[in-house]
Design a protein around this ligand. Structure first.
Ligand code: ZN
Length: 313
């Protein structure tokens, strides 16, 4: 067995390296990773060297959305501890689906922060992987009126191919994943977009899940969310953003932050095992491990409507 990794050494400097296979301690297991999904945050790390307020320490091993097989157990290991960072996948959940558990846990946490209830009206801004997963989880929790917008992507650079075809294809996917309405918000200011959203949904959203990490998404959320409603900031954008905060304050729109998740992996796995959420449509592109650069580049350019790129190891 060997231990080949992809490591980031600087902006747009990914290298494939061979490292020694780690020894397992008495209470550790060795996992051979089989599937890794690429994340928008990986793009920020690779192409910008930062993610939100976080500066990426170098060199940095890539791949935090992973599934694999335990190949070696330390002598004291009898079961997976509840507080462990790892979870056992039931047989009904594939390794590919398993590699989506991490971002799905983000969506679970965001929906729990927002307290999505049966029959509530939800706006999701941003139809990237996290926006689409938030949509699916909100739906599973009983939201009956969900609109998702496909205007901005926080991670795509200005040069990326963000033609309306690509955005349209993401919105088509959103429909497949259960969106009641989609809106390609390409023109107009936030206030006129808010009117459009309200018109399509037939009401103001009780909850807005901001998944684009952009000023535009956040501003739209502030204007459109119902008084007394909640706006959950899921997308990670620039560290300082100017928004009409008073508009939220005087209407008692609660703005909630989300930082990854806590205790959400078991819930995410259950949602998959019980077929309450289907993440398979999300996986648009598959690559071999040696093609990691191609996978990153394709995801970065959003070519071919790449949403979730999955690497087999
Ligand atoms: Zn991620």
């Amino acid at each position: 067995m060997d231990n080949t990794v992809v490591t980031l050494h600087g902006v747009n400097d990914l290298r494939m390296e061979k490292l020694p296979v780690p020894e397992v301690d008495r209470d550790e297991v060795l996992i051979r990773v089989t599937k890794v999904g690429l994340c928008g945050s990986d793009l920020c790390s690779v192409y910008k060297g930062t993610h939100g307020d976080l500066k990426i320490g170098l060199p940095c091993g890539m791949g935090h959305e992973a599934a694999g097989v335990v190949t070696k157990c330390g002598q004291d290991v009898t079961h997976v501890k509840p507080e462990s960072a790892h979870r056992r996948l039931p047989d009904s959940v594939s390794d590919e689906e398993g590699a989506v558990v991490e971002p799905l846990a983000v969506a679970v946490h965001a929906c729990r922060r927002a307290v999505v209830w049966a029959g509530c009206n939800v706006l999701v801004t941003g139809a990237g992987p996290i926006g689409l997963l938030c949509l699916s989880v909100a739906k599973a929790l009983g939201a009956t009126n969900i609109l998702i917008t496909g205007k901005e992507s926080g991670h795509l650079p200005a040069t990326a191919n963000t033609s309306s075809d690509i955005k349209e294809s993401r919105l088509t996917m959103a429909k497949q994943m259960g969106a009641d309405h989609t809106l390609l918000a390409t023109s107009g200011d936030a206030q006129s977009q808010a009117q459009q959203v309200q018109q399509i949904m037939g009401c103001q959203p009780d909850i807005t899940m901001e998944c684009s990490g952009t000023k535009a998404g956040l501003t739209l959320g502030i204007y459109v969310t119902k008084s007394g409603g909640k706006l959950v900031q899921v997308g990670v954008g620039p560290s300082e953003v100017t928004v009409p905060l008073t508009h939220a304050a005087v209407r008692e729109v609660d703005i909630l932050g989300v930082y990854r998740y806590v205790n959400c992996f078991p819930i995410a796995i259950d949602l998959l095992a019980k077929k309450l959420v289907d993440v398979k449509p999300l996986i648009t592109h598959r690559f071999n491990f040696e093609e990691f650069q191609k996978a990153f580049d394709m995801f970065h350019s959003a070519e071919d409507g790449a949403v979730k790129c999955m690497i087999s190891c």
